[in-house]
Design a binder for this molecule. Structure first.
Ligand code: G6Q
Length: 543
């Protein structure tokens, strides 16, 4: 048996007590007032020095409030937190998700090489490859019309039912790759238990040509189960109970529950507990993408993720893109007290990226307790928000430019796509916004309300185009960035206990809202009781 890597769990030492931290604090005080305008004016090579090309991805991080010394000190912090050792532990399949005692192996899902990927000393690749083969086979059958609906019609509408990680990742990637969809295949995503969403998604659909994909790692999630039951009712009302096996597929670790739901085992695809929901788009959770775009397209998504994995795993920290972006983020959160981060895709196809990254980042690093169970001594994960850059320019950019709080931004754009004129317009706006944020505008002859302080940081991520490969690279880049930040802060980025309490309370409140005579709100706070009573009154039921 291989001995576990020495992960040097670094969290026993409070972060703010580290010499590397103190050095950064002192350095931050000395550069706090430096204006990026001056940093560019004194260094003609700043762009070349502080930008990075990796295949079809160019990242410009020169518009940040840092100097080469800043980066050097941040790298020392990364070394002090044993980032390289922890990175190796993840790739070695160690149980780095300590609160759930699980490995974190989404990197195995995009491993297309012959390399073994062990979890608890067992190579998971044979299973991963077997599921890939099944996904390929099933999707080819559906796309070619060999797998038909119950009446013999080919499937032409896919409706994915899932929530959280079983929804945001596949929906974002599917939208990003819309140009790769088979022309006659339509795809819809349903997550909200508000029946309005399912009703809208099913409006106009032919049940005989519709396939539902129930995506749920646990197959117990209340919202997903409610929507799956409602979808089954819609289908069986039109085609009878016997149609379920031809019109439902599922992805879950709980294969038995999916089969019990009435599914054909050939249409049930397993996943594993070493894949976190928000990291699961690379697994069979990607089935709707495969059905719409074809397996080759999905394979290229994996290839892009795999290329980023190789870079992250092998590049020295100071030439490692996820590490550099992670450290720049730490610099602002912890040394400039900037608690937010905006994600601004200047590409319609990437417009859902902020939602996916919001979950990825905030669910991973929105933590106050270290892996040792101590209370963290510094701020951790930032508030992630954003939206399509062009639309956002006409709404919340006002605050980005002139609000008293500074919010670092990631601008994301593609060099190619659509017609040249619209690309010219998109990119000129994206570049100009980063310029305006950085340069600002001031002068004695300019009215106060027209002045811009500038010195507002941004990264610009330029993809050659929006393709399966580049989208794969982009998502994996952010995944590893979030991982590195979690390592520095000493939190477990792979659990999400913070979502549990609300779920439990909802379960215990539901009988009261249903109006069950035996249910009571006794012992609950006055506000919650008041809200329950307002609802019961609307149903004509006094409490
Ligand atoms: C993601 C979270 C969470 C999860 C959903 C859906 O990392 O774990 O968002 O994906 O709660 O869970 P199921 O896939 O089990 O339905």
């Amino acid at each position: 048996m291989k001995p576990p890597l020495e992960t040097a769990q670094p969290t026993s030492e409070p972060l703010a007590a580290l010499p590397a931290w103190h050095a950064l604090e002192a350095h931050a005080a000395s550069v706090r007032d430096a204006h990026m305008r001056d940093l560019f004016a004194t260094d003609p090579d700043r762009f070349a020095r502080l930008s990075f090309s990796l295949g079809p991805l160019l990242v410009d991080y020169s518009k940040n409030r840092l100097t080469p010394e800043t980066l050097g000190l941040l790298m020392e912090l990364a070394h002090a937190r044993h980032v390289e050792t922890a990175r190796a532990a993840m790739f070695a399949g160690e149980a780095i998700n300590t609160t759930e005692n699980r490995a974190v192996m989404h990197v195995a899902l995009r491993n297309r090489a012959a390399r073994a990927m062990p979890v608890a000393n067992v190579d998971v690749m044979p299973e991963v490859r077997a599921v890939r083969e099944r996904l390929k086979d099933f999707s080819e059958k559906v796309r070619s019309g060999t797998w038909t609906g119950a009446t013999g019609k080919p499937i032409r509408h896919i409706v994915n039912i899932g929530i959280g990680g079983s929804h945001l990742g596949p929906m974002m990637v599917a939208e990003a790759l819309r140009d790769f969809w088979r022309e006659d295949m339509m795809l819809a995503f349903v997550s909200n238990p508000d029946r309005a969403q399912l009703t809208d998604a099913l409006s106009g659909l032919d049940p005989a040509a519709t396939l539902f994909v129930v995506a749920s790692k646990t197959f117990t999630t209340a919202e997903t189960m409610a929507n799956a039951l409602a979808a089954r009712e819609w289908l069986t009302t039109a085609l009878g109970d016997g149609a379920v096996a031809k019109h439902f597929a599922a992805v879950s670790t709980n294969v038995a529950a999916a089969v019990q739901f009435g599914l054909n085992p050939d249409a049930v695809f397993p996943m594993w507990d070493w894949v976190g929901g928000r990291y699961s788009v690379w697994s069979a959770i990607g089935l709707p993408i495969i059905l719409a775009c074809g397996y080759e397209c999905f394979d290229q998504l994996l290839a892009g993720g795999e290329a980023m994995d190789r870079h992250f795993e092998t590049a020295p920290l100071d030439q490692n893109l996820p590490v550099i972006l992670a450290l720049i983020g730490i610099w602002y959160v912890n040394f400039f007290n900037m608690p937010a981060q905006a994600i601004l895709p200047y590409d319609h196809r990437l417009r859902l990226l902020p939602f996916h990254l919001q979950q990825l980042d905030m669910e991973s690093n929105g933590k106050s307790v270290t892996r040792d169970g101590a209370v963290v001594d510094v701020p951790t994960g930032p508030i992630i928000f954003g939206g399509g850059g062009s639309d956002s320019q006409h709404s919340f950019f006002q605050l980005l430019h002139q609000g008293p709080r500074v919010i670092p931004c990631d601008f994301i754009a593609a060099l190619k796509g659509g017609d040249t004129a619209s690309r010219d317009l998109l990119l000129s706006n994206a570049f100009a916004q980063t310029e305006a944020l950085m340069m600002g505008r001031s002068g004695a002859d300019i009215a106060a309300h027209r002045q811009f302080t500038g010195n507002r940081p941004s990264n610009t991520l330029l993809l050659d185009d929006v393709s399966p490969y580049t989208v794969g690279m982009l998502i994996a880049l952010y995944e590893h960035k979030v991982f590195v930040q979690g390592l520095i802060w000493g939190v477990n980025s792979f659990d999400q206990w913070g979502v549990e309490l609300g779920k439990e309370l909802a379960k215990s409140l539901e009988p009261a809202l249903r109006g069950d005579a035996a249910a009571s709100t006794k012992g609950r706070d006055g506000s919650t009781v008041g809200l329950v009573n307002a609802y019961l009154k609307s149903k004509g039921k006094a409490s």
